[in-house]
Write a new protein. Structure first.
Length: 117
């Protein structure tokens, strides 16, 4: 089982990035997917959720209207499009898979996003 995040990097305030999380080793379409983030010295916080079919999405208030979560079940990949980035968005971003019935879960290793001028 693997979740591999990519797409992080350094971006200026107001810029955009798209994170990807490629899944393998399990039936991706049976899993609800989430993005979390952890800033230095802070606890990990939930960012966004997408259901197994992609039909429902939820966002933390801090990113609502700026971030968009999506998935491609044919490619076993979940995405996080991040627009209007702010320095407060600086964190390591992690993807998480949770089985839609038995709640078995997996984590990726994270990708660093730094928003700075």
């Amino acid at each position: 089982v693997q979740l591999v995040e990519s797409g992080g990097g350094l971006v200026q305030p107001g810029g955009s990035l798209t994170l990807s999380c490629a899944a393998s080793g399990f039936t991706f379409s049976n899993y609800r997917m989430r993005w979390y983030r952890q800033a230095p010295g802070k606890e990990r916080e939930w960012v966004a959720t997408i259901t197994s079919t992609g039909g429902l999405k939820n966002y933390a208030d801090s990113v609502k209207g700026r971030f968009t979560i999506s998935r491609d079940n044919a490619k076993n990949t979940v995405y996080l499009q991040m627009n209007s980035l702010e320095p407060e968005d600086t964190a390591v971003y992690y993807c998480n898979a949770e089985h839609r019935i038995n709640r078995q879960g997996y984590w990726g290793q994270g990708t660093q996003v730094t928003v700075s001028s």
